[in-house]
Write a new protein. Structure first.
Length: 338
């Protein structure tokens, strides 16, 4: 939700930089764009070494987490319908443990097994309908094979198994965030302390930009058909993610339907919350929490964020189109004037 503005602001900030100290990598992967900016680069660190490290992360994420790759680890698990324990890589198990923790803390408002219901409403890859919403009977059938509690994890030896044969895991929503986290780890192995990584709108930054200041990221105003900054945050060793209803929606029976589906009901949210932005140490967890809080809505989401100490910004849209916001004290610590 912040990818265009964030990238534009950052690129403009690099005009006139010393090419020996700043390196910028950019391209397309995972169905979107990415950008990696390194400042104060050691002169003996080659651009090719940075690009190789980034490419290795993308290949690793594809090999383990991509549902678009039929040979990936998660695709092979989805294809099986047995109840036996299936050995799991550290990458897959680690991400599943993190997402399951968010599911438990939100009573299922975040659920990586909900993709079949999302598709039935006409959203995402494999969408099954473009017109009418699913019937109650269809939702009832789909919900029998959906639910985070139907996935079991084991640490020693690392493995996972299904309590429901048709259970289908979809980590495509948080895989970009994990890729961002992994790239950040690779950069730090080079001894780099000043960088920004952006992939499909997921951003993580550490250290300082060329001007010697913390990285500044724009949060987009949740306005359909319009792109302008709403808030500005400064990041140092933190990630930011936004979930919102203003880019991906459909008209169903004369009304606007959000792509954000509440896994607990199987229906699109309709509580008026326009967007949630979360700042977290992990890009993957920032993404999961932003999605979960978006499902919970303005009051419940804000209450949970405050109890848990999350840095979160909530923007609500009233019927007249006016925007109202609330944020946690933790978020206020990162916010700067536009």
């Amino acid at each position: 939700m912040i990818r265009t503005l964030a990238t534009t602001l950052l690129v403009l900030g690099l005009v006139g930089c010393d090419s020996q100290r700043v390196e910028r990598l950019a391209g397309r992967t995972m169905g979107t764009t990415y950008e990696v900016i390194v400042t104060r680069r050691p002169r003996d660190l080659q651009r090719a070494d940075l690009q190789k490290a980034v490419d290795e992360v993308f290949a690793e994420v594809d090999r383990h987490l991509s549902t678009w790759n039929p040979e990936s680890e998660i695709s092979r698990f989805n294809a099986g319908e047995g109840a036996d324990w299936v050995p799991a890589s550290a990458m897959l198990l680690g991400l599943l443990e993190a997402t399951q923790a968010v599911s438990r803390e939100t009573d299922g408002a975040f659920d990586i097994t909900v993709a079949p219901i999302v598709q039935a409403w006409g959203f995402g890859a494999g969408a099954t309908k473009a017109g009418s919403p699913p019937t109650d009977q269809e939702l009832g059938r789909l919900r029998q094979s959906v639910g985070y509690l139907k996935l079991e994890l084991r640490e020693d030896p690392p493995a996972l198994r299904k309590a429901e044969p048709l259970l289908h895991l979809d980590l495509d929503g948080v895989a970009p965030g994990l890729a961002v986290d992994l790239i950040a780890t690779r950069l730090e192995r080079f001894g780099l302390e000043h960088y920004l990584v952006e992939l499909g709108g997921e951003v993580r930054a550490r250290g300082r930009n060329r001007a010697g200041r913390p990285w500044r990221i724009a949060v987009e105003a949740p306005l359909p058909g319009e792109r302008r900054p709403y808030a500005l945050v400064e990041l140092d060793d933190r990630a930011v993610s936004t979930s919102g209803d203003y880019r991906d929606f459909r008209e169903v029976d004369g009304r606007q339907v959000s792509h954000t589906i509440d896994p607990r009901s199987g229906r699109p949210v309709s509580h008026g919350l326009a967007s949630v932005t979360v700042i977290h140490a992990s890009a993957a967890e920032a993404d999961a929490w932003a999605t979960a809080l978006m499902v919970l809505g303005f009051e419940q989401g804000l209450a949970l964020a405050e109890r848990r100490g999350l840095a979160a910004l909530f923007i609500r849209r009233d019927e007249d189109g006016s925007l109202h916001e609330a944020s946690t004290p933790e978020f206020a610590a990162f916010r700067r004037p536009l």
